[in-house]
Design a protein around this ligand. Structure first.
Ligand SMILES: Nc1ncnc2c1ncn2[C@@H]1O[C@H](COP(=O)(O)OP(=O)(O)OP(=O)(O)O)[C@@H](O)[C@H]1O
Ligand SMILES: [Mg+2]
Length: 231
């Protein structure tokens, strides 16, 4: 479904991505791990067309490298950025509606189900989203992206800075997304969650993939963990 080959990206003169190769099959859950600053967010931004990439990005056999961001989203690639950028002056409901591909038309994710499933969102459906807690904003951002009915969703550090209880809720939501057949590329710091829900993991170091394998293989590879993950 997604095949990234020799992906490069720059911020000004700094050459951040230096040849990233990455694959995701339909419905697969894959984590992209690595220490701070190695280029994980840059990878998803480059795939999403938020920064200019060089290299090949095939999504459903179609070359998307260089396409504008909104076109990529329309093809069925969802993106939940690190920044949890909700529209704080709009209501929770309006935020969710904004995620719909066509206004008023729902796909496999229904607005009413989301408000039911997350009572903290439901109670505030008609309140400005700015009052939500960090965790609620994170859930809202994921739900808004789901409203666009993506076939693949890339989620950047969804549990960062959240309390354990809401981390659980986010992890459960991610599992449910996977169960519904949506492929997931998860950027994570928390090894435990990534290993628990992923079928495959990539570890990134200095703008390249330095390890690819199953969660069990990563658990068993102390060298990779010491060299590229633990701080
Ligand atoms: N807008 C930017 N302008 C210039 N440099 C940037 C910018 N964003 C990121 N960088 C730099 O690019 C490198 C990769 O950043 P990236 O955000 O991809 O890291 P990351 O792996 O997601 O880690 P983390 O999220 O923990 O920061 C870092 O050295 C970072 O300082
Ligand atoms: Mg990041």
């Amino acid at each position: 479904m997604l095949a990234v080959r020799d992906l490069h990206a720059w911020y000004g003169k700094s050459h951040i991505l230096q040849g990233v190769d990455l694959d995701l099959a339909k419905g697969e859950v894959v984590s992209l791990l690595g220490r701070n600053g190695v280029g994980r967010s840059t990878t998803v931004k480059a795939i999403m067309g938020e920064i200019r990439p060089r290299g090949s990005i095939l999504f459903k056999d179609r070359q998307i490298a260089g396409l504008p961001n909104h076109r990529i989203a329309r093809l069925g690639l969802g993106y939940v950025p690190e920044s949890r950028d909700i529209f704080s002056t709009l209501t929770v409901r309006q935020n969710l509606e904004l995620g719909q591909k066509k206004k008023g038309r729902e796909g496999q994710w229904r607005l009413a189900d989301m408000l039911d499933r997350f009572p903290n969102l439901g109670r505030r459906a008609d309140t400005a989203a700015g009052v939500l807690s960090g965790g609620e904003k994170q859930i809202l951002t994921i739900c808004r992206t789901l409203m666009g009915d993506p076939e693949l969703i890339m989620i950047d550090e969804p549990t960062e800075g959240l309390a354990p209880l809401i981390v659980r809720q986010v992890a459960e939501l991610i599992s449910e997304i996977a169960q519904r057949g949506v492929a997931i590329l998860l950027v994570e710091q928390k090894l435990s969650i990534a290993l628990e829900i992923s079928q495959r993991v990539y570890v990134m170091g200095h703008g390249r993939i330095v390890f690819e394998g199953s969660p069990a293989a990563l658990r068993g590879d102390e060298k990779v963990r010491n060299d590229w993950l633990t701080v």
